[in-house]
Design a binder for this molecule. Structure first.
Ligand code: IPE
Ligand code: IPE
Ligand code: MG
Length: 239
């Protein structure tokens, strides 16, 4: 378990199918999935992962029935109210990407309190994508850059790839903003609008387990698969 990917991103999928299989309502899958988040966050921190980005709610997930959306909006409140002490114990800092201003006030408070309560932790960053969409993120970045150009603070010629990275919601992660490994659970093999810019050279690992069944061992298996890959970044392996 050396060569641990510094930044792992996970598309946590399959909660609903996990529940349906057990003849439970979909939200039972989300509830169980929250337990998986706790287990996997600690496992990743113990392995020495530097950033764990978790896709918790997409800009497209508002299309779901209101009852399910409401349940998902309550989850961060439940999650942080029980888990922040553990996070602090493991020196894990909470960060969020996404437009949290659209979340219910109580959810915003839970998220902001968790960020504040873990602000002095300098171990792993647990980065939640909440009301996050990769296209929304890029659109906002373009608007900010265009505003600077219009104000004469920036010349079009000065815009580099770094300029764009610096205006994305992952900018606070600095050099660690791009995931080394992206995992999606539940057997689906698509990106669903997650970190579109940042995953340009990520290794993708798709696993069949539904998110509530995923655990520390599943994470290790995905890391081993990552370690067997040859990342070339457009160059040659033994350059
Ligand atoms: C992932 O599980 C959790 C969220 C998207 C919030 P799903 O709810 O998408 O579960 P499936 O894909 O319907 O099984
Ligand atoms: C992606 O899963 C979003 C999250 C995991 C939060 P979805 O279940 O929403 O994605 P699609 O609809 O299958 O593409
Ligand atoms: Mg899904």
């Amino acid at each position: 378990m050396d060569r641990i990917p510094a930044h792992i991103a996970i598309i946590m999928d399959g909660n609903g199918r996990w529940a349906k299989r057990r003849h439970l309502p979909r939200v039972a899958g989300h509830k169980q999935g929250m337990q998986t988040v706790k287990k996997v966050a600690i496992a990743a921190s113990d392995l020495g992962v530097k950033v764990l980005s978790l896709y918790a709610f997409s800009t497209e997930n508002w299309k779901r029935p209101a009852a399910e959306v409401n349940y998902l909006m309550q989850l961060p409140i439940r999650f942080f109210s029980t888990f922040v002490p553990d996070l602090v114990k493991h020196n894990v800092r909470v960060m969020v990407m996404g437009d949290t201003s659209r979340l219910p006030k109580a959810t915003q408070k839970a998220v902001n309190d968790a960020i504040k309560d873990t602000a002095n932790c300098d171990g792993m960053v647990l980065n939640f994508a909440l009301n996050y969409g990769g296209r929304d993120e890029i659109t906002r970045a373009v608007k900010q850059i265009a505003t600077k150009v219009a104000a004469g603070q920036l010349k079009p010629d000065e815009i580099t790839e770094q300029t764009i990275s610096d205006h994305l919601m992952s900018a606070p992660l600095g050099k660690l903003a791009d995931p080394d490994l992206l995992i999606r659970t539940s057997g689906e093999e698509r990106i669903s609008n997650f970190m579109l810019w940042q995953i340009g050279y990520s290794e993708l690992v798709f696993v069949n387990e539904h998110w509530p069944d995923f655990n520390g061992d599943s994470l290790k298996r995905a890391i081993r698969e990552f370690q067997g890959r040859h990342r070339r970044f457009g160059g040659l392996v033994n350059q």
